[in-house]
Design a protein around this ligand. Structure first.
Ligand code: ATP
Ligand code: MG
Length: 389
């Protein structure tokens, strides 16, 4: 049996049960792949997962991908016990979980939810501690930083022992914050951006701008793989693959080349917002980081952002590249992200793109596309492919 402790949900007041129910649902879905019978139940501000002993490690690693979990504690679970039985169970717990031939420091921490139990928690701590010291000569007490913290919970109908706490991802249960549309390229940044908003409870849809034949089928497959990696954390994603070639070619043909990236990005935002509204999303998410490249200076983002009516979340805006790479590695996206396939942003890129675009000038260049753009946009929207991830 595993005890799941959650942190931030604990402070959600009256709505707390909504968050708890969502977490229970996400836990069930994360454990779906396991073979044996699994029960997930909610009781007194906690969640218990019980299943087959031999699948426990597998269950733990699946739970380590579920946002909203602070700690996962493998439990030894008993029915009602007398104090004599508690002492015996404590000895057994130490023997089975740690090598008692080696020196260890320890501390007993009792929580007594059963107010009818005839001893206080402090008395239990002291007396169980003493029994363990007598039994195992290599043990010594350290109340401040023990290597082994033996938790004993005495509850009205049962008693739990645990001494191992595995850290979860924290964050909020996915689905508790609404949905957003992630602009997902094949790079390093956007998958990390998706992961980060999912951690705040946001479920995701995604959109990828594909420019065949300039971007290959392999580049598209890479984005699908990245969407799958994100979905291990965020749950199902509807990935929209937009055929962007015609729009890009037209911009290339008609607008100044140093403004290409900015104008292209404005069209990406417009299309992303169209699908975001259609899918019931409450915002857009990008992997932009201030100053990383010409299209991500604050001036460029001001001009790009001007076409959006929805909030655009840029969770990486204040992150250095090295910090982004560290998260990318942690979520196992990095190896895929660095595969060297072309991106539509790099195909038609100018040698010297503007780094401080002026809105009026960009709008003026864009107006040259007025007679044709509606038609191209319409075609891009109509031919968009949706892949369920
Ligand atoms: P990334 O590593 O996410 O590709 P980047 O550093 O390469 O980012 P840009 O190419 O300027 O930066 O893109 C900035 C953001 O715009 C990306 O993080 C992503 O959210 C979005 N974006 C760029 N290209 C595409 C694309 N082809 N399809 C969907 N979104 C894109
Ligand atoms: Mg990119």
């Amino acid at each position: 049996m595993l005890l799941i402790k959650y942190s931030e949900i604990g402070v959600k007041g009256k709505n707390r049960y909504i968050f708890e129910d969502m977490l229970v649902r996400n836990i069930r879905s994360a454990l779906k792949e396991l073979e044996g019978e699994i029960e997930v139940r909610k009781a007194q501000g906690r969640i218990y997962v019980s299943g087959e002993e031999n699948e426990s490690e597998e269950a733990i690693s699946a739970l380590q991908k579920v946002f909203g979990i602070a700690w996962i504690c493998p439990l030894e679970h008993y029915g009602k016990l007398s104090f004599e039985e508690i002492k015996q169970a404590a000895i057994r717990h130490m023997e089975t979980n740690f090598s008692m031939d080696e020196p260890h420091t320890f501390k007993v921490h009792c929580r007594r939810a059963d107010k009818a139990f005839p001893m206080t928690s402090v008395e239990v701590n002291e007396q169980v501690g003493e029994v363990l010291l007598d039994q195992f000569p290599n043990l010594s007490v350290d109340v401040h930083e023990p290597e082994i913290l033996l938790n004993i919970e005495i509850r009205p109908y049962d008693v739990n022992f645990y001494s191992r706490q595995i850290e979860g991802l924290n964050g909020m249960p996915v689905g508790s914050s609404g949905k957003a549309m992630l602009l997902l390229s094949g790079g390093i940044d956007s998958p990390v951006a998706g992961y980060m908003v999912a951690k705040r409870g946001v479920s995701l849809d995604a959109i990828y701008f594909h420019a065949p034949p300039y971007t290959s089928e392999r580049a598209k497959q890479k984005v699908i793989t990245l969407a799958k990696i994100i979905s291990r954390y965020s749950g199902p994603i509807r990935l929209h693959v937009v055929n962007f070639t015609e729009i890009q070619m037209k911009i290339y043909e008609i607008c100044p080349h140093d403004e290409l990236t900015i104008i292209m990005r404005r069209f990406m935002m417009r299309i992303a917002e169209h699908f975001a509204k259609q899918e019931g999303c409450l915002g857009l998410v990008t992997g932009e980081s201030i100053g990383q490249v010409a299209s991500q200076t604050m001036q460029s983002m001001l001009v790009t952002n001007e076409v959006c009516t929805m909030p655009v979340y840029r969770p990486l805006c204040a992150f250095d590249k090295l910090d982004i790479v560290a998260i990318s590695e942690k979520i196992d996206a990095y190896e895929t992200s660095i595969l060297p396939y072309e991106d539509c942003c790099t195909i038609f890129v100018a040698k010297h793109p503007v780094t401080k675009p002026k809105l009026e000038k960009i709008q003026k260049s864009e107006h040259r596309l007025d007679s044709i753009m509606d038609e191209l946009m319409q075609r891009a929207l109509e031919t968009t492919e949706v892949i369920e991830i």
